[in-house]
Design a binder for this molecule. Sequence first.
Ligand code: BES
Ligand code: ZN
Length: 456
Amino acid sequence: MPNLDEYLQTHADRFEQELCELLRIPSVSADPQHKGDVRRAGEWLAAQLQKIGLPAEVIDTDGHPLVYAQGPEVPGAPTALVYGHFDVQPVEPLDQWTRQPFEPAVAEGNVYARGASDDKGQLLTHIKSLETWLAVERRLPVNIKVLLEGEEEVGSESLVKYLAANREALACDCIVISDSGQFAPGQPAITCGLRGIAYYELRLRGPCRDLHSGSFGGTVTNPANALSRILASLIDDKGVVQIPGFYDDVVPLSDAERKSLAELPFDEAEYMKEVGVKQLAGEAGYTTLERRWARPTFDLCGLTSGYQGEGAKTVLPSRASAKLSFRLVANQDPDKITQSLRKHLDRVCPPGIEMELIAHQGSGGVLVSQDSPYMKAASRAIEQAFGVAPFLIREGGSIPVVGKFAEILQADVLLLGWGQDDDNTHAPNEKFCLADFHRGIKASTRLWEELAKLTK
Ligand code: BES
Ligand code: ZN
């Protein structure tokens, strides 16, 4: 496709500048103070879609807005729905960023900013590939629907409602999502499984105010002590979650699945170096990739109580709280996990403590079919752009709406990730490799054509 490739080259710098424009909008969905910014990011994308010739609208919801656009009708061709999210995770701890999170900077072939990889840079690859087709060929090879949201990082509640209410309008053959990673630099991948998530906040209240720990210590339950005990009861030292019933619905990995994970050239020493540890840990009896992608886990994501400032302060805190994240695998139901967790907490909560459990995000794990014609088309497209065929992998992260897409729209999901493990997603100094940005755009241009070859 020489004409398409020429356009990609000629406009590469502008594509990067436009990515930086989007990255300058601090669209942190978890923080109510940024509500207007999430909307601005949606409006920016709707304007981009309009500019390339796709009528687009910003759709209001009870939460953050959605963006929807549709391509020209291509009779007889399949329909692909492109999904992505324009919201980002909070930037804290700010002092660990080398540059400002919303002032994108290019260095060593990467763009650094919150959302660079997750997901603004990845989602833009599809919009730029649509632009390229429309500008060069004045047509699209397949029917395209674009559906973007501003709530992925907080659970996609509004989008799930919208899907259920607009099932017919969103009908499609496959759903294209770039919000995951490659296997390694130079080795692209298609993700065939994602973990689900069940996320909670646990709040404990003890005495009515902070108390002098000398005058009062030993007479009341300290919420920080209570929290430590409760949290320790959730997982044992072999990495096994201790909530009765937690593993009830887990479908064990088949021998064939274990074999295919074992065949991936995963380098443990390199992984340890990458994450900066001298030893790996996790559930006994499973390999690192199995534990990372295909086993449920419990991780504490936040912990707050008592004095956090410099030096010592002898205070018995009146409150303590924690953010709990359970990663789930396919078939585990987040609502059932909530019930089991509540029961367990009621059992282990010590006297003198008032406990509140707030359930945040919940979504099930997903597995996608590995040998659909769409998957093969995507594999060919990626090979054309990256020069090597993609591995079929799983990922440990969650995209809450993916299970609902499959269930409500009954379409095949294609998880074509352009990110890398060292992109620092959700962490300080997030980055996205610009060469991957351009290869992603190219792969996307080829994808529409490969999908067009599939007769409906
Ligand atoms: N892009 C990630 C999902 C992801 C991460 C896929 C790593 C593959 C590998 C997505 O934006 C994300 O972070 N999702 C959240 C969802 C949660 C907040 C409900 C996650 O997994 O923590
Ligand atoms: Zn994310």
